[in-house]
Write a protein that binds this ligand. Structure first.
Ligand SMILES: Cc1ncc(COP(=O)(O)O)c(C=O)c1O
Length: 385
């Protein structure tokens, strides 16, 4: 592809080996994995292998991986499932103000069911106040749900410290982590975080859409969202999508291997991109954490006086693809709740773009994207002088 695809936090291109495996599985291993004849058993084996691959990348037991249709379903299962199952113990839930909509909207829905929810504010870098978190947790708090890497600005939350606070204050409070943006990209530490539930998604790591998982630590009390044949340890009924799960497993293995090497590659891409933009002399600023402290594959930039959507479409003409606001909400006209939560002023709220990288990007694409961004910014500014 000419140009540069830099919207990898929205979704990634599927890896060629993943596509090849999926088409073979679709064709040959079509049996219902619950069937007891050979066709079922061989499909079940494919799913077991995928479960092992995902569990290995997470560093957990494979029986604890519950396959879902993606990150949204994993977050819903974790949050609604934990809240409802533990209602007799308490009705209070805690999260942050800048979670993905699949978390925030679960919390809002649960409020309608009578739960009490606390949304912790974040500072300009997307950090929560740990003392405030400690203060919020009480005997009735059954769940704390916190994102690992924020999908819009790349803040990495200090989950070890957060887990320690939660479990010290109330050992029975469950800790759910939305790791959709970090799984198989950064190192995850379920044990060190003292997490009980972790959400992951396949299409963010060069796997197919419609696949993901929730890691459920053994013994974690959870209600299912779907009731049926009792697949996935009774937590996610429905005939499994064997090909998608096989693709997810392989994508996890490919993306999860050489993790350290990959992080360094992301850092180089981000540094080069920023250096080229700085050299160009255009006016811009970084939203959220300092670039070196954020997740290496995400950078969110504000271009004062420019409408993000106009810039996005100008870049699109040059086949440079980026995002204005959260992926799932880029068609909604309202400004991003994440950028609002970190306190961006109106002008910057509507003038910010996210650039996100993957292992398939190279330095030529980055240099091209920086040049096209510079040209487009200069052109748009000349129009409104
Ligand atoms: C942090 C985060 N959580 C959850 C999701 C939802 O994942 P999925 O698209 O697999 O439903 C996304 C997708 O953008 C995300 O970035």
């Amino acid at each position: 592809m000419k140009g540069a695809y830099l919207d990898n936090s929205a979704t990634t291109p599927p890896h060629p080996e993943v596509l090849d495996l999926m088409s073979r599985v679709q064709e040959q291993f079509f049996g219902n994995p619950s069937a007891i004849h050979y066709k079922g058993i061989e499909a079940k084996r494919i799913i077991t292998a995928a479960r092992r691959q995902v569990a290995n990348v997470l560093g957990v037991r494979e029986q604890e991986i519950i396959f879902t249709s993606g990150g949204t379903e994993a977050n819903n299962l974790a949050i609604c499932g934990a809240a409802r199952r533990n209602r007799k113990r308490g009705d209070h839930l805690v999260t942050t103000a800048f979670e993905h909509h699949s978390t925030i909207n679960c919390f809002r829905y649960l409020e309608k069911e009578g739960f009490r929810a606390s949304y912790l504010p974040v500072d300009a870098s997307g950090m929560i106040d740990l003392e405030m978190l400690q203060h919020e947790i009480g005997p009735a708090t059954t769940l704390v749900s916190i994102i690992h890497v924020n999908n819009e600005i790349g803040t990495i939350l200090p989950l070890t410290a957060i887990g320690r606070i939660i479990k010290t204050k109330n050992p029975r409070t469950l800790f759910h982590v939305d790791a959709v943006q970090s799984f198989a990209r950064l190192t995850l530490d379920p044990e060190g975080w003292q997490a009980d539930l972790i959400s992951c998604s396949s299409h963010k790591i060069h796997g197919p859409k419609g696949a993901g998982c929730l890691w459920v630590k053994r013994g974690t009390p959870l209600d299912p969202l779907l009731h049926g044949g009792g697949q996935e340890a009774g937590l996610r009924s429905g005939t499994e999508n064997t090909a998608a799960l096989a693709g997810f497993g392989l994508a996890a293995r490919i993306s999860g291997s050489a993790q350290g090497k990959k992080e360094t590659a992301f850092v180089t891409l981000k540094r080069t991109f920023l250096k080229r933009l700085e050299e160009s002399g255009i006016d811009f600023s970084v939203n959220g954490p300092e670039p070196e402290k954020a997740a290496p594959h995400i950078i969110n930039l504000a271009f004062p006086g420019i409408k993000a959507e106009m810039l996005l479409h100008a870049l699109e003409e040059k086949q440079v693809y980026v995002s204005a606001g959260s992926a799932c909400h880029s068609r909604h006209p309202e400004p991003s709740h994440v950028l609002k939560a970190i306190g961006l002023k109106d002008d910057l709220l509507t003038g910010s773009l996210r650039f996100s990288f993957s292992i398939l990007n190279d330095l030529d694409e980055i240099t091209l994207a920086a040049k096209e961004t510079t040209d487009a910014v200069e052109y748009l500014r000349s129009l409104f002088k």
